[in-house]
Design a protein around this ligand. Structure first.
Ligand code: ITT
Length: 195
């Protein structure tokens, strides 16, 4: 059984990763509390996922799994994209980011509120080349937040074909079954199964 360290400092992400990878013959361990913080200095999700995974390999000597996710909104030319965590400023809360997004989309009609969540997962190893997988989810941005579940932009993201519910109005398993992160993790499971 291979042990991987989860590079994420975001407990919501870690929970979703564990839930989707539960059937695999791998052990997932939490990021050590004293692991150095990684500045996300790259301008792509791939670049930042690799930075985070490689930093954890360096800190722990073990294979590491990192996720970098962005929300790409059509009417905003793909913003907030790779800057989704810091959209409303360096220490912005989820609520600040959601409010900024709704303000920027004020008056934008439904068709132009199309958006995509994209997750890139990088696995880095001490002695071999990294693996990269991608997962996406298409949907649109609502005009007001709805639902208490999930995290981040979930209350304003309505996936296509989800009966009008936002991701925050779904149970964790329902979100994981269709989400960007769930899709990336299922692709990762296939890659790990071949190793
Ligand atoms: P780590 O870098 O420690 O993994 P992070 O929260 O900083 O955690 P990202 O750099 O990938 O993660 O930032 C992406 C932001 O996008 C995150 O802060 C959330 O606001 C949002 N986000 C990521 N995944 C999401 C999801 O499944 N649903 C809603 N919002 C999400």
């Amino acid at each position: 059984m291979t042990t991987f360290v989860l590079a994420t400092a975001n407990p919501h992400k870690a929970d979703e990763m564990r839930a989707v990878l539960v059937g695999l013959d791998v052990q997932l361990i939490e990021r050590p509390v004293d692991a150095p913080e990684v500045e996300e200095t790259e301008d792509t999700l791939e670049g930042n996922a690799l930075l985070k995974a490689r930093a954890l390999v360096e800190a722990t000597g073990r294979p590491a799994i990192a996720d970098d996710t962005g929300l790409f909104v059509e009417a905003l030319d793909g913003r907030p994209g790779v800057f989704s965590a810091r959209y409303a400023g360096e220490n912005a809360s989820y609520r600040d980011n959601v409010e900024k997004l709704l303000a920027e989309l004020e008056g934008v009609d439904e068709r132009r509120r199309r958006a995509q969540f994209r997750t890139v997962i990088a696995v880095a190893y001490p002695q071999r080349d990294p693996e990269i997988v991608v997962g996406t989810l298409d949907g649109s941005i609502t005009t007001a937040p709805r639902g208490e579940g999930g995290f981040g932009y979930d209350p304003v993201f309505e996936p296509n074909g989800a009966g009008g519910r936002t991701l925050a109005q779904m149970l964790p398993d329902q979100k994981n079954a269709i989400s960007h992160r769930g899709n990336a993790l299922r692709a990762l499971a296939l890659v790990l199964a071949k190793q």
